[in-house]
Design a protein around this ligand. Structure first.
Ligand SMILES: [Mg+2]
Length: 346
């Protein structure tokens, strides 16, 4: 490696976002068609005809992002496509193509790879996306999946993380925390199975949260809903790392604060009851759990009437003043600062 021991910085000191910021500092953009590079859910490339191309990529590594001990390959294929399409939707765009890179060890048979592809194909068909190419290579560290999604949007309808303005309403699609509770359940059953391989997994009746973990759906329906109502979100991001982390991205890049109301954060009854059974705070699961792939966006207050009472979305707060912090407001009107790990008391 090109380093000496005295001059070594551990990647763990920077964290994922710190590393991205550090690398992005030294990347310049020279094409006028590159409207947005690193730093949003997808890159934005001007087509010159009022349309843009959106590009996003995501790598999934066995043992880090998924555990084949309880994730069926078909589900993994479906999820790998879904999470990439979600990033296209998070720009207020529509996905059109994917390219698939695959690293495989000799542990995998043709039948196993076919299962993986069957899942990818299902997601592509469901969202009308073409699988247009890719690459396969040998991996010594288990399965590696690298997927690039390409989408389109009208140039004037692209929703960046940076566009939120004071008094905008903060909206969330669907509900949160389910994917995290599904994961807790799968991890628990894995431990039970390790201790007693003849034990049958006790997963019955938990379909919703298991699907949230194993088979997330990109919210293309929300992009279409907003379009049909004539609403252009002022900012948007998808919830891959938890609401706390995502609202901080919007606040940081827009330069404003946000107030979110705890009692407005949508949680499914199954998420709440499972969290209770695991002695976890349900709201914490929603704030920090991640992998829900819902859309978090802001709209002008004047657009709110068009969305009011729509069952697909929940207003959860509003954007506050320039340079303000992101806060969680309790039912007792206590304000708690939101941090990337969740939130901390002042
Ligand atoms: Mg994203």
């Amino acid at each position: 490696m090109f380093e000496n021991k005295e001059n070594r910085t551990e990647l763990s000191e920077l964290g994922e976002f710190g590393l991205i910021d550090h690398l992005a500092k030294h990347i310049g953009l020279s094409h006028p068609s590159t409207l947005k590079g690193i730093g949003d859910d997808a890159a934005v490339i001007d087509q010159g005809n009022g349309q843009v191309t959106l590009v996003t990529t995501d790598m999934l590594t066995e043992g880090v992002h998924f555990d084949l001990g309880y994730v069926p390959l078909k589900h993994l294929g479906y999820k790998a496509i879904s999470v990439n399409l979600s990033d296209i939707c998070a720009m207020n765009g529509r996905p059109a193509q994917v390219v698939v890179g695959l690293g495989l060890s000799n542990r995998f048979s043709l039948e196993a790879v076919e299962e993986l592809y069957a899942g990818m194909k299902l997601a592509c068909e469901r969202y009308n996306v073409d699988l247009v190419g890719g690459d396969t290579t040998t991996s010594r560290a288990g399965l590696v999946l690298s997927i690039t999604a390409i989408g389109t949007a009208a140039k004037n309808k692209v929703a960046y993380r940076s566009g939120a303005q004071e008094n905008d309403i903060i909206i969330l699609s669907g509900d949160l925390g389910g994917a995290y509770m599904g994961l807790q359940l799968l991890e628990r059953e894995k431990e039970v199975f390790k201790a007693n391989p003849s034990a049958q997994p006790d997963l019955e009746g938990f379909d919703y949260i298991l699907e949230r973990q194993l088979k997330p759906e990109p919210r293309l329906d929300i992009v279409e809903l907003l379009d049909s109502l004539g609403i252009i979100p002022t900012s948007m991001i998808d919830v891959s790392d938890g609401l706390a982390s995502e609202i901080l991205h919007i606040c940081k890049q827009s330069g404003y604060g946000a107030d979110l109301y705890i009692e407005k954060i949508p949680l499914d009854p199954m998420t709440i009851s499972t969290a209770d059974a695991f002695n976890l705070e349900p709201v914490t699961c929603g704030m920090s759990g991640g992998e829900d792939y819902e859309l978090l966006f802001t709209i002008k207050a004047s657009d709110f009437e068009k969305l009011q009472n729509n069952p697909l979305i929940t207003p959860i707060g509003h954007i506050t003043g320039k340079g303000e912090r992101a806060r969680l407001i309790t039912p007792q009107k206590e304000a708690i600062e939101i941090t990337a790990q969740g939130w901390k008391h002042f």
